[in-house]
Unconditional design. Structure first.
Ligand SMILES: Nc1ncnc2c1ncn2[C@@H]1O[C@H](COP(=O)(O)OP(=O)(O)OP(=O)(O)O)[C@@H](O)[C@H]1O
Ligand SMILES: [Mg+2]
Ligand SMILES: [Zn+2]
Lengths: 373, 198
């Protein structure tokens, strides 16, 4: 699939902007603070309805404006359709083929996108919540039903935490309602766990050979999901549900003492091992970077495998940070199959000869222009 | 420039309605002052009478002019079945189908610890009282398919079932996360047919 064109209206530092993209590699060239990342972000928001940089949608609207609009046209193997995101202080609207979609799960997934930015090192180095968010966003792109369970899980979790607190301070004493919330949380949690387990297996399957190749057979990458509950069979939702319920029963006293939900997918983590060592704690900068790159490249293949088409790839400021070896690997891996957008302040240090006919845009102060040759 | 005070007040009143922002409120206010005098008077009267002349049925909690409401009084209805809904709008949607012949119970809300709503804050105690008379054989729970609607349904089922009353959930056919209000009549009909036991 690819993004044929995109238009912006009052988005960040863009008053208006209309761009037509190449199916292959698109380069956004410009000085600092001109709007390169803003452009990448706009593409990301068009695909995912939310920014990768902020959870506050108001920041996306140009200063002193009431609303912002991002629209684009997606071309797939057998279809093409417009997408549109409207942001205002009152909320956002997402339109697929001119029709407003009320539910996130009905919109997300029509334009698959993989973003690779310097911050992505946090997937390896950062806190467990970064990794959980990473898993959630990526599975959400492939499986709308996952988003449905995730939204419900988070909703019920909030209710359950409130209720546990009310029980703890003695404001309520009805344990039947706690049982109801526990059952509800376990129902959605079981689906999340099953999907996450299988996603992580797939991710490892694709990432391991890539990592092996980038490191010239020096490193073996393993990825492991760390659940906060033990399950007997991770492929069986009903069994996971029962195991969650058992865990909640066992930990009931602890939860009531602390007034908080202590088990479930919101407590889990993802671990990366290189040659049996935890990369997060023991890995060198370079190993951590390679791990992040392997994961991103693996995702491209994973989405292709699940969806039947390659996602689009956004590379914000990462190319110049990779050494020649990794750059060449990355560029050959995506060449001719993945529509790619990359930003840079200079073409020095980028292996231009590996890029076949890139379309270069000059970004200056909220304005995008095709470079004239 | 400031609006003349009577207009400001009217805009302020319109803004108290759901889904009306400052701009729409201003538009409605200016439209209102252009309306014919007797239309405006009727409008004002309708507002007041909707509030004053309507009450809640002391049996089922539905909105009504007389107490008990016409549904509770209707001897032709099946007194063995009670359909539990979140609010009076749901009663109207289901009545429009003309399929359901039993009685209703309006909860006026759902359980939500975040909002501080417990069983005593909505019409659950009055429902339990109604069930103590032996007539009732089945309770159909038609709370919305939201997380709170589901939790409330599960909670009610746990309270009612031990009394030997059949409890079913009306949810099938409704899009998950949707409000009954929006459901069209055909989906609602499917929902009534395909209700599952809790
Ligand atoms: N809501 C907004 N309205 C107007 N301008 C904004 C808004 N949000 C950010 N900006 C401006 O956008 C600019 C930053 O753009 P962006 O992050 O895309 O830069 P960049 O080209 O990626 O730079 P770098 O090379 O440093 O990463 C800043 O000058 C900032 O003031
Ligand atoms: Mg940038
Ligand atoms: Zn009544």
């Amino acid at each position: 699939m690819y993004l044929e064109k995109m238009s912006l209206l009052d988005y960040r530092n863009y008053a208006t902007c209309d761009v037509e993209f190449s199916k292959g590699v698109n380069v956004f060239l410009g000085e600092n603070a001109q709007g390169k990342t803003n452009l990448m972000e706009a593409i990301y928001v068009l695909a995912m309805t939310r920014s990768h940089r902020t959870s506050n949608d108001k920041e996306l609207i140009a200063w002193h404006k009431e609303f912002a609009k991002i629209s684009g046209r997606v071309q797939k193997k057998n279809t093409q359709f417009p997408l549109e995101i409207l942001l205002s202080s009152k909320g956002k609207k997402a339109k697929l083929n001119h029709l407003e979609q009320r539910k996130l799960s009905e919109y997300v997934g029509h334009l698959n996108v993989i973003l690779f930015a310097p911050e992505d090192l946090a997937i390896v180095k950062g806190s467990p919540s970064v990794r959980r968010r990473f898993i959630d966003m990526e599975i959400g792109q492939i499986s709308p039903i996952y988003l449905h369970h995730l939204a419900n899980y988070q909703h019920v979790l909030k209710q359950r935490n409130h209720y546990l607190k009310q029980l703890m301070i003695g404001k309520r004493d009805d344990h039947t309602f706690l049982e109801v919330l526990t059952e509800q949380l376990s129902t959605h949690g079981a689906h999340l766990l099953k999907e996450r387990m299988s996603f992580v297996k797939q991710l490892e399957k694709w990432a391991a050979p890539i990592h092996h190749e980038i490191t010239q057979a020096k490193e073996v990458l393993k990825i492991s999901y760390q659940p906060s509950v033990e399950a007997t069979n991770w492929e069986d939702v009903d069994q996971i549900f029962l195991d969650l319920m058992t865990q909640f029963e066992k930990g009931k006293k602890r939860e009531l003492d602390q007034g908080n939900t202590l088990y479930g997918p919101h407590r889990d983590d993802l671990l990366f091992f290189v040659n049996e060592q935890n990369v997060q704690t023991y890995g060198s900068q370079g190993q951590q970077r390679t791990t992040a790159l392997s994961i991103k490249l693996a995702e491209i293949e994973l989405i292709h495998d699940e969806v039947g088409e390659y996602p689009i790839l956004l590379l914000d400021d990462v190319l110049s940070e990779l050494d020649d070896e990794r750059q060449t690997h990355l560029l050959t891996a995506i060449q001719d199959k993945v529509q790619t957008f990359l930003t840079t302040t200079s073409l020095d240090g980028i292996k231009k000869h590996v890029l076949r006919q890139p379309r270069t845009f000059i970004v200056t102060n909220g304005c995008v222009e095709l470079e004239d040759k | 420039m400031q609006y003349p005070e009577p207009i400001s007040k009217l805009i302020d009143s319109y803004m108290k309605l759901p889904g009306i922002g400052a701009k729409s409120a201003a538009r409605l206010a200016f439209y209102t002052i252009d309306m014919r005098e007797d239309d405006v008077t009727d409008f004002a009267k309708a507002l007041i009478s909707a509030k004053r002349d309507l009450n809640y049925c002391s049996v089922c909690g539905n909105i009504t002019e007389e107490d008990p409401c016409y549904i509770c009084k209707d001897a032709g209805r099946d007194r063995g079945t009670i359909l539990v809904v979140e609010d009076p709008k749901d009663v109207i949607s289901i009545e429009k189908m003309r399929e359901y012949r039993g009685l209703y119970h309006v909860l006026h809300g759902v359980l939500s610890p975040v909002e501080g709503t417990g069983p005593e804050d909505i019409q659950i105690p009055s429902l339990i009282r109604r069930l103590q008379s032996d007539e009732v054989k089945e309770v159909i729970i038609a709370t919305n398919a939201t997380a709170e609607g589901e939790a409330t349904a599960m909670y009610l089922s746990r309270l009612i079932k031990p009394a030997g009353i059949k409890v079913t959930r009306l949810a099938h056919g409704l899009a998950v996360g949707s409000d009954i209000e929006y459901a069209d009549e055909i989906t609602l009909m499917k929902a009534v047919e395909g209700r599952r036991e809790l």
